[in-house]
Ligand binder design. Sequence first.
Ligand code: CUA
Length: 389
Amino acid sequence: MKVKINTSTEGTTRTMRKQGSLFGKTVRLSGLLLAAAALASCATGRIDPTDPVGENAKQIDGIMRLSGYMASAVGIFVAAAVIIVIVKFRARPDDDPNELPKQIHGNKKAELTWTLIPVVMLVFLAIVTIPAVFDLSGKSDGRTIKVEGQQWWWQFSYDVDEDGTDDIVTANEIVIPVGEEINLEIHSNDVIHSFWIPQLNGKKDAVPGRIHHWRISSPEPGIFYGECVEFCGLSHANMQMRAVVLNSNDYEAWVQQQLQPSTIPTSAAAKRGYELFGRHCVSCHVIDGVYESAADGNANLLSGVAPNLTHLMTRTSFAGSLFELYNDDGSANIAELREWVRDAPDRKPSRPDNRQGMISFVETLNNSELDDLVTYLLTLGGKPPLMPS
Ligand code: CUA
């Protein structure tokens, strides 16, 4: 975007022009700052860091507010002192320009005051912050869910019977029971990402080869929005996620539903779609019970894994939580799903040629094949336990 502000006026003196250009610069800078603020608020959308819901998020929010108040007090004090000094000690017409004011270099009282006050403030903040840092990284008695960052979506795995193997593998939406401190084991399958659902807790990096412990909890059911907050390539901004918090009965029902493997569909169109899926999609996507051959690590992607689609329709969103899977009236968002299958790289910036993201099927599938494939996808899983409001 080009912003051109004409500040020159015919016949002005050099000084005037200088002032004009300074004014122009100020206007342009203010415009840029306003645009940046507007863009920043657009980018966050439903992600709200100012309204903590979970205990951990509240703890962080409290410390942030405390340090904010302290910084404001310091800022106000310094600004006031500067104004007082400027007014009180300004040069007056009858001052002797060669006479220096009283010099206080090496004044012990003054030096100690402006050293000790910041030290006390910083030590106080450290005493409040350091235990919180350790506390937030500690484990709770609650269940553990594995979080994997990938280019450009999130995978969540549940070991329901705690036998060391994952029983539920889902994408982009982490479903948890209300009121329970959930342990997260966060890591990455390709580059560094960062997990952030601000209403439930702060940010935690997802790093290849490492497992970071983190906890989330919510005292109330609902859907909470989050996103990747570490620049991780082309579609970093499109790597979103949701936490779906359910009351304990709904959560148990969700778990039982997710444990059910998929079956071969009976209707003719869905069955054709099922067969197309077997031809075009199974080298990356798994559907438990029918297409398990590509299981873990075989997909032609840097991360080695594409979203498990067994219970696709029990989610509220898809493609890194970028698109809604349902319309406002509760019907499936068939148009968006079809467009995604047809030409994913067009819907979400990616580099399938570099094994980053889903390939395009523009050249491969005709219209009726696309319809059949989508018809099959719509049979996967059932309805979401909670819809976005
Ligand atoms: Cu993943 Cu940014």
